[in-house]
Design a protein around this ligand. Structure first.
Ligand SMILES: *[C@@H]1O[C@H](CO)[C@@H](O)[C@H](O)[C@H]1NC(C)=O
Ligand SMILES: *[C@@H]1O[C@H](CO)[C@@H](O)[C@H](O)[C@H]1NC(C)=O
Ligand SMILES: *[C@@H]1O[C@H](CO)[C@@H](O)[C@H](O)[C@H]1NC(C)=O
Length: 398
């Protein structure tokens, strides 16, 4: 137990001795009593010590140890660990070389986002607790679905309209399931304040980039996206070798770790054929990137997916999509943002696809956000660009 945790805990115990606890505080003590603090553990970015990321009510901003324990218990796990102020990881055993930190509890020194009286791990360090009672189910290593949350749905838009602003994206204002947007860069071009704008560093800057720093440091910026399709070589991809991308992350993205949610590079996860300077597919590119990005911290993975809605061979595009999203989570052990996805087909075929995959993503605890491609006339907007298309209406409301 770190000093801060010890202090918080003894204050609660004192409270129990000296006065009548409110029901809320009493239940906090009770919850804590069923979990034992194991210590500050090392984590391993390429293979997590507790491999299952779960979200807590209120998200990363509300993280505290009790919330993580409750979420892990609900998902059927007996070990819970908090990391980097706002992450919750679960498992039934500690794997991938994780274990008690050689430096004791010193590096579990980051306050919980949702409770500054507790620590929630540190950089690649977990505050680990084990349940002293049996979890509701045992031996499952896959998180069970938590009830659908709103707010995962986003807008991939640009300012390519007559007013050169975010007007296209703002047509989605008032649809409660749509909560955020990005435009492959920054600024937001006046994205409506009801949406969270997420700036992206599209490619590798050629030198110091004060505009990017300023965009990230804007008060409302909670999350940032890194390079766009660096794993591909075509003209609209950022085409960066893994080692160079990792160096770029260390310079431009990692300085914001801890203060902003950090996305991994946006790679085309279902790509197995393209190469980027070397002869590797996107999964290989990602492994080389991780191998080079030593000491880097990531809060979420970011993937793209493009494929037919109904492939000619009779297989299901929706199944392939869900398989790829699950695979990204199982490979990278991070909450997943699907920052671009599209199935190729008629408008009705795309709607049928969305009707399958949107409720599924909303129900997966490890899918944090997604954005269908894209907010343009003839896609999610009507041809005139002055309202939602039938597809856009489905995206906003399914
Ligand atoms: C981290 O996890 C990876 C993937 O499972 C593994 O290959 C590596 O040995 C682990 N690192 C340590 C220090 O155990
Ligand atoms: C770093 O990336 C390069 C390609 O850019 C790759 O050849 C190398 O194996 C990577 N290193 C590690 C440790 O993954
Ligand atoms: C990912 O999608 C591709 C189609 O683009 C498909 O062939 C592959 O089976 C999918 N992967 C999984 C794990 O479902």
């Amino acid at each position: 137990m770190s000093i801060l945790q010890a202090a918080a805990f003894s204050v609660l115990l004192l409270g129990a001795n000296c006065m009548t606890l409110s029901a809320e505080r009493a239940s906090t003590v009770e919850t804590r009593a069923t979990w034992k603090f194991l210590g500050c553990y090392t984590d391993n970015v390429s293979g997590r010590a507790l491999p299952n990321a779960v979200s807590v009510p209120g998200g990363s901003a509300a993280m505290q140890n009790e919330a993580c324990q409750t979420a892990c218990m609900a998902a059927g796990f007996s070990i819970a660990g908090t990391e980097y102020s706002g992450e919750c990881w679960c498992g039934n055993s500690v794997i991938n070389g994780g274990g008690p930190a050689p430096d004791g509890n010193a590096l579990c020194n980051m306050k919980c986002n949702g409770n500054s009286a507790e620590t929630c791990g540190g950089p690649n360090r977990l505050d680990v607790y084990s349940s002293t009672s049996s979890p509701s189910t045992t031996s499952s290593n896959t998180p069970t679905s938590t009830p659908g949350t709103t707010g995962k749905r986003g807008l991939a838009y640009n300012n390519n309209n007559p007013s050169a602003n975010a007007g296209y994206a703002n047509l989605f204002k008032g649809y409660s399931k749509v909560s955020w947007g990005y435009d492959w860069g920054y600024p937001s071009w006046n994205l409506d304040a009801s949406f969270e704008f997420v700036p992206m560093l599209w490619g590798l800057p050629s030198g110091p980039d004060p505009k990017w720093t300023a965009a990230v440091q804007t008060a409302n910026t909670k999350n940032i996206l890194g390079f766009n399709e660096p794993d591909l070589t075509y003209s609209a991809s950022s085409n960066i070798l893994p080692a160079n991308a990792a160096a770029g992350y260390k310079t431009y993205i990692e300085p914001f770790a801890g203060s902003r949610g950090i996305g991994m590079p946006n790679v085309l996860w279902n790509n197995v054929g393209s190469s980027s300077g070397g002869n590797y597919n996107s999964a290989q590119w990602t492994q080389y990137f991780l191998g080079n990005c030593t000491g880097c911290h990531f809060d979420f993975a970011a993937i793209h997916y493009y494929q037919d809605c109904f492939p000619a061979n009779g297989q299901s595009g929706a199944e392939w999509f869900m398989g790829n999203v699950t695979d990204a989570y199982k490979t990278l052990h991070l909450p997943v943002w699907v920052t671009e996805f599209e199935c190729y087909g008629s408008e009705d075929q795309q709607i049928a696809f969305l009707q399958q995959v949107l409720p599924w993503m909303d129900a997966q605890s490890y899918v944090a956000r997604y954005a269908y491609f894209g907010v343009f006339p003839g896609y999610l907007l009507n041809a005139a660009g002055n309202g939602l298309s039938k597809l856009g209406m489905a995206y906003a409301t399914v």
